[in-house]
Design a protein. Sequence first.
Lengths: 346, 346
Amino acid sequence: MTTRQSRIKRVTQSDVAAMAGVSTAVVSAVTSSKPGKTIRVGKDAEKRVRAAMETLGYAPNVVAQSLAGGKRNIIGVFTYEAIFPSDSENFFYPFLLGIERGAMTLGQDLLLFTSSSLEQGPRSIFPNGANRMGVADGAILLGEEPDKRELKQLYDTGFPFVTIGRRDPEDADVNWVAADYVTAVADVVKRCTELGHRKLKFVGATNVREQNADRETGFLQQQESGLELSVERLAAEEIDANWLTRCLNDGNTVVLTETFKHAVALERQVLARHGTVPETISIVALAAPLSRSADVERWTRISVPREEMGELAVRNLIAQISSPDNAAIKATLPCGLVPGSTLKNN
Amino acid sequence: MTTRQSRIKRVTQSDVAAMAGVSTAVVSAVTSSKPGKTIRVGKDAEKRVRAAMETLGYAPNVVAQSLAGGKRNIIGVFTYEAIFPSDSENFFYPFLLGIERGAMTLGQDLLLFTSSSLEQGPRSIFPNGANRMGVADGAILLGEEPDKRELKQLYDTGFPFVTIGRRDPEDADVNWVAADYVTAVADVVKRCTELGHRKLKFVGATNVREQNADRETGFLQQQESGLELSVERLAAEEIDANWLTRCLNDGNTVVLTETFKHAVALERQVLARHGTVPETISIVALAAPLSRSADVERWTRISVPREEMGELAVRNLIAQISSPDNAAIKATLPCGLVPGSTLKNN
DNA sequence: ACGCCTTGATTATACGCTTAATCATATCAA
DNA sequence: TTGATATGATTAAGCGTATAATCAAGGCGT
């Protein structure tokens, strides 16, 4: 049996340089060829360097590259929950699929910031995470709860990042990739009116974030004569028998729910009074369930192009990294309307 | 809108040092108080440093810390398939869950080598000679097809890695974490004899890798008087009506299949002749399906502690990284026997 | 008074890489 | 022949931190 090299003397740039008979600067130039390079390398020298790299098995040290301000072809992924969701039907999972595909296509490796979740409570980018991020060229932020202040703080750092989901903190021009909820919900309303509905109710969460606001905007955008649109915000738990009675008495024939939870809560009340959906009242879910839910399919709902969003996030992040001075990229992708059976004509 | 600072000035150690009126070494000592410290700090100075850190909002730069400490705190994950399986019920997924948990616990970030899958054909650790892995402190190898030669090659570089699943190439003492198939299968045989079976058949794949050999070993290990054990290796497709007839005529009352595919193929033949499992013959699957399979649950089968294996892989990798001179760590974890309904008494 | 130990802090260097500032030639127009 | 320009490579200065090697000064036993 061969004895293993006891010292893992990492092969460094200067080892390669020595073997190739050049200076470290040349090696650096070869490994990280930038467009506006200040260092030029001849054909011959490059060949020798590559040969040396090959035989020595050299790989640049990312950490050192980071410190020195170079490029690494590594994209960070920060999620506020565990990165690999234990529930595989998890809402966020498709984003990751898209991110991986994007990274693959663009020749980037993915760095998952798992270490930043050491502390208790919700994950935080700061103070331990932000520094960690420095190892990557930029990062994609994914999850439900990016704290606005943290986002601003990260922004001020100058570190390139893209959030999935629209995030617009004060005084920060952040890159994001988002689903076009405005149009999607407007389309739902349009569809409902085509089906003969005249009194529609929008039920949303009390916590109004950007995407929630967007949905409401889309809802109200379709306002026209002969149409009665009402908006109500309350916790899903507050949807009780009384609430439903009132809703029906008001003459509403369809309810658009901002969250899947609200849709489920509403249906429960309908069933409780021995009614059925959509006979008693139609329901359209304006969101997908956060975790696996057995019967998603039967719901008439909006679908978000999650994989595409993940892929685009990578793409835009790379764009931002390569020309940081440009304005932030805010991308919006169209949603789909999944038919289902909880919406009928009126 | 505020214009983005093109130049970012982070608060550094020396800023703090200046404000506190001490040298950077003192600040360093305060932030990272290690047991065997070579630098001592007085009560008074420490207080001043802490105050300065507070008012300046200083947080040590992890990248620089890593560089100085010669550590990256990054673990590479290399899979031979896509890292985020599109089918979330994928066999490999639980390993990733475990790996993430392990990394989290040990303060490591995870680097996924997505870029190496750019080329056509099966993924390779050594894409174009340049070894991307070098960017991490070590790596975990996951997947079905680690080429032995590549493994040996990687081993020779001295780069620390752990494979999930037993891998023993010639002349290479590799770290691995594996399921204890030997004991598990032996236990299955024992259980079968308890249920009165006397003629058992083991059906395996033609491609005999380590884990397959282990299963066979476990099977034959339980040999005892009055027991007839036979081993047969053939592709799942070759299990046809004739084969089954022969198997039954031989008096076998239970078949242990090395792969899930074999189990399914076998059952199909049983059903084809209007028989049922386990009435016609009992089947025990010695493996889980590679991808989502609707009715895994009803099968009597071996279950592999996948999450635990992932977690342990991280743990062992770290151990190997911090003391490379030690012998390779080969860890074996017990499997479980899941009851199911495809095994009955005889 | 002297050496010796302890405590508290500084200096200087290393970590591995990027890059601006230079420098040395070769090429070439006039 | 002479600058001027292009090409190819080197030097050296960081990036922010950790730490070994030093050093200064005070206390203390003898």
